[in-house]
Design a protein around this ligand. Sequence first.
Ligand SMILES: O=C(O)CCC(=O)C(=O)O
Length: 259
Amino acid sequence: MQLSVALGQIDLVLGDRDANLATVRKLAAQAELAGADLLVLPELWGTGYLLEQAHELSDPLGKGLFEEVAVLAARHHLAIVGSLLERDGEQVYNTATLYDAQGKRLHHYRKTHLIGLMNEDQYLGAGQQAEVFEAAWGTSACAICYDLRFPELFRRYALAGAEVIIIPAEWPTARIEHWRTLLGARAIENQAVVIACNRVGSDRANQFGGASMLIDPWGTVLVEGDDQAGLLTATVDLDTVAKARNFLPVFRDRRVDLY
Ligand SMILES: O=C(O)CCC(=O)C(=O)O
């Protein structure tokens, strides 16, 4: 099966939900024209890292910006993944959702590794679940930005059957080589398709490096952005996952008796 992917590598206006939504509306229309099955957006695309206002900038699942994404997904007949500030009672989470091409929410994932370097742990709650889900194209999972540094999460997903792992991010330019290396490693070691969308531009603390990527299970980069805003598109053959896993059966060869 072929999966046609669009990566919405955008700049964000800090705290301006309306401006960011207007950008995403345009992207969704462009992604439909490009024939995409899936549009991936950056981490916290609605607001950026204005965490001291996380409570007022957040929405309950299914409301506000989450609802807007559902409408866009259905209107443009494509699945959409991105993360937003999600409010549940008094707690706020950095939550990635997948809305399918009918606008139905198939999955949500609350970021499990909060990054102290960006004070995320002071303002947000950490997710307590890391589950795979069934998308139209097969078993999939989400991770968010800093999660990329924790291979155990990705291995858990792969062992649970994930063939596609989708990663919204706001990854700074200062560590963009880590981003490139870790994305490739996560794809190769798990023999999975990795789809990662990073923002560009800057906020009060960081410049962000783009380099959004679609990587196949061999580690081949099928498309990579530069550090400018734009919609990147590419198609991946999902049969390559089973082919890679059969050819080099690293899951079978793991030494679970040792580690
Ligand atoms: O791990 C990193 O270097 C960047 C992570 C990050 O910026 C984030 O999780 O928002």
